[in-house]
Design a protein around this ligand. Structure first.
Ligand code: COA
Length: 256
């Protein structure tokens, strides 16, 4: 990997976008490396959860790499957006928890990357925005849809149309991030939350992600999907362990 580093600690994979000199902008190489890493997360049993963050003190990800834009035709622009959307969808659909640890600028594709993660933690130095209108374009990696889902139409339109950045505390107030921390606590607190989640029943976590995601899938009745996924939990070893451990007044061990 040239543009991404990874480490596994306590079964948590941390993915760090490593282009600090370009504020971790997402060029073609970053996108294809991210795609390969996420694909591996689906099948690698050693990975229980994923944290995504950016290298260096300034940026999570300052957007798609603008220097790659100028030569693109209409068709190539569409295919870039499709590629970005597919990768971010893969992250959103991963049946293992994914948390963004936003350590600085999360702009354009960086804000979109944070938004496709299941949960967002932010340092109080982080800032968020969709500044594409400054470049004569619009968000293309799902930003118009996920920002609207997270903060509602009015706020999403204000952020997208103005191109203004907002700070971490405003992002918290509008529901764009889950928690704001001191910079030095960002990774420890993200890991702590991840440890809590990965100690739960993996099948329940996976099905809960699928059921919540179903709310946003056109043509799918999320309530029916919940019924289906709820039913699938029954008669499983994990449910037996969860219920038995409760009755025996001990902690469950879902991964034995
Ligand atoms: N694509 C490509 N390169 C980028 C980039 C991006 N999205 N964001 C930052 N960079 C590069 C800069 O060109 C600069 O490279 P250089 O040192 O070779 O000139 C380097 O990263 C540092 O950025 P710089 O602009 O000098 O930092 P700053 O602290 O003055 O400003 C920002 C920080 C985030 C406000 C500014 O970099 C910016 O506006 N970036 C673009 C954000 C954007 O529009 N994202 C959406 C893209 S669709």
């Amino acid at each position: 990997m040239q543009t991404i580093s990874t480490s596994i600690n306590n079964s948590i994979l941390t993915i760090t976008i490593q282009r600090p000199e370009k504020l971790n902008a997402l060029n073609k190489t970053v996108l294809s490396e991210l795609d390969a890493i996420i694909q591996n997360c689906y099948t690698n049993p050693a990975i229980y959860g994923v944290i995504i963050t950016g290298a260096g003190p300034k940026a999570f990800v300052a957007g798609a790499d603008i220097s790659e834009f100028i030569v693109l035709s209409k068709e190539e622009g569409m295919s870039l957006a499709q590629q970005g959307q597919l990768i971010f969808q893969k992250i959103e659909d991963l049946p293992k928890p994914v948390i963004a640890a936003v350590n600085g600028f999360a702009l354009g594709g960086g804000c979109e990357l944070a938004m496709c993660c299941h949960i967002r933690m932010a340092s109080n130095l982080a800032s968020f925005g969709q500044p594409e209108v400054n470049l004569g374009i619009i968000p293309g990696y799902g930003g118009t849809q996920r920002l609207t889902q997270l903060v509602g139409k009015g706020k999403a339109l204000e952020i997208i149309l103005s191109g203004n950045m907002i700070g971490a505390n405003e992002a918290l107030a509008i529901g764009l991030v889950n928690h704001v921390t001191e910079p030095e606590n960002l990774i420890p607190q993200t890991e702590k939350l991840m440890q809590t989640i990965i100690a739960k029943s993996p099948q329940a976590v996976a099905k809960a992600i699928g059921a919540v995601n179903a709310f946003f899938q056109p043509g799918i009745d999320g309530f029916k999907e919940e019924v289906r996924l709820f039913g699938e939990c029954f008669g499983t070893k994990e449910m037996e362990e969860g219920v038995t451990s409760f009755l025996e007044k001990r902690k469950p061990n879902f991964r034995k």
